[in-house]
Design a protein around this ligand. Structure first.
Ligand code: CA
Length: 236
């Protein structure tokens, strides 16, 4: 029974950052995306966007081009400079549309305000499906025989698909992004659970145990570093 529930949650929980200074638009988009079971983080400015994108490593960014502290297209180029995260642009201005159309590569899709939030959700899904289907586009992480695909939200040990709950998935993703590096319990709490549970390090221990149990047959091991935390060790 539990596995059935697990699958339906983990299949959909891709993280999205919405960069939008207009609170009403941000609220509406956040509401619709959350109802579609995405995990949504909101940034009001380009400065906030840089932090949120770094923190959450989203599967997709919804980017308003009219930001108070930067030109949205400049921010787009900056994002593209160091990541292939898909971007769906929001614009209120016809001249921006022309600029977007002039971009030879990059922008994955755009919508002109006002837009139907249901259509935005549909387009987000379409972009994520398209990116997941491209070789390397989903930025699959591989450590030993463990393969984690954040865009599709899938995990394999060898050829065996592994069903993980949302937090187990995020925990494994955190380990796979930094194999061999010791991650403290506090750091993992911050990365995976946010700041809401200071000192609740037992939560991390419980999830690590569950993750170890589910990763039977993996040659990459989550090792305990006594008094510090955990690290994912790849086979030599
Ligand atoms: Ca704006």
């Amino acid at each position: 029974m539990r596995d059935g529930i697990t699958l339906s949650i983990s299949a959909m929980t891709a993280r999205i950052v919405i960069v939008e200074d207009d609170p009403s638009v941000a609220e509406l988009v956040t509401l619709y995306l959350r109802n579609a079971e995405f995990i949504v983080a909101h940034a009001r400015t380009a400065a906030e966007a840089r932090t949120k994108i770094e923190e959450t490593k989203p599967a997709l960014i919804v980017l308003d081009l009219g930001l108070p502290d930067a030109n949205g297209l400049d921010l787009f180029h900056e994002i593209r400079g160091h990541a292939d995260t898909p971007v769906l642009a929001l614009t209120a201005r016809a001249e921006d549309v022309q600029k977007i159309e002039a971009l030879e590569s990059g922008m994955d899709d755009y919508m002109t305000k006002p837009f139907n939030p249901k259509e935005l959700v549909a387009r987000v899904r379409a972009v994520l499906r398209r990116v997941a289907g491209m070789p390397g586009g989903g930025r699959t992480l591989i450590v030993g025989n463990v393969r984690i695909d954040p865009a599709r939200h899938e995990v394999h040990v060898g050829d065996r698909p592994v069903s993980l709950r949302a937090k187990e998935f995020e925990l494994l993703e955190a380990f796979c992004r930094q194999p061999g590096i010791v991650l403290t319990r506090d750091r993992l709490l911050e990365d995976v659970w946010g700041f809401a549970y200071p000192g609740e390090t037992r939560t991390v221990d419980v999830h690590v145990k569950q993750l170890r149990d589910k990763l039977t047959g993996a040659d990459a091991k989550i090792e305990t570093v006594w008094g510090v935390g955990y690290k994912l060790v790849a086979p030599s």
